[in-house]
Design a binder for this molecule. Sequence first.
Ligand code: C2E
Ligand code: MG
Ligand code: MG
Ligand code: MG
Length: 277
Amino acid sequence: EQKRSGKKRPRLFSNDLKEKITASQMILEGLQHAIERKQFYLCYQPILTAKDNVSFAFEALLRWNFNGKLIGPDVFIPLAEKSGLIKEIGAWVLNRACMDANHWQFNQQAAVSVNVSVIQLMDDGFIRLLDNCLRSSGLAPERLHLEVTESTFVENKVKVRQQLEQIQARNIDISIDDFGTGYSSLSQLQSLPVNYVKIDKSFVDNIEGKGEAIIRATLFIARELHYKTIAEGVETKDQAAALSAMGVDYLQGYYFAKPMKNEDLIVWQNPITSIFS
Ligand code: C2E
Ligand code: MG
Ligand code: MG
Ligand code: MG
């Protein structure tokens, strides 16, 4: 390759890597102004009871319209975490989610489930932020759930536990997200102050193979430890039926509903009456 490029000097970075670096710099640059430019919005995805498919909660999923281009949270959340912007962004998400949920006329019981990164959770101001969001929105604390990924529990165990205990003391429920993917040992589970375990989509995808054994093992442990279970990424009728038969408490996935804009929730929840309203 070098010989063929003749007079060109050897490159320090491949073009691929260079493009990646500039792209993430551009995203980071844009991310710094996303709140003031009103480029963020939340979508909500229903979490339903497995038994009768009634909506029990709605997960808030952040969306970023970056000058007409929709950038996914899998791309920008890691950058927000590395740059520290996640604190400001996370505060925006929590405020918005509590406000929206308190106005859900179609369902005054359903909780809003908000993803929280470990950096937010570890922040000393986080509990105060929660109190402020609840107070200014008027949302009952029972209607706010927080989702933290399993990897959260790997480091800073003492501080994480203290924060989670303060959160639970406020009657805010906590879910372990992406369970089974985060390298934490099973024995840690016994002492975690959490209420729900979210079975990761990768196991649901593989439910006809070895995923089934992992799901059954997770359900067994969760039942023994009195955690409720939520399966995520349910895409087919067969998966929904299998998961319900296994005893999963709640289901979430494209089979039931994709994440929707706040204003579209009422139509989904009540398709007939909303035509006339
Ligand atoms: P997550 O919390 O595990 O959310 C589930 C992801 O799976 C969402 O992707 C959701 O749209 C997608 N999903 C749900 N059901 C299905 C399905 O049946 N099939 C498929 N293929 N996908 C499904 P999304 O919205 O792109 O979010 C990706 C991740 O970004 C989330 O994973 C979460 O970790 C993070 N995230 C999203 N919003 C926030 C936020 O406000 N704060 C933080 N810290 N992280 C967030
Ligand atoms: Mg989540
Ligand atoms: Mg998840
Ligand atoms: Mg995930």
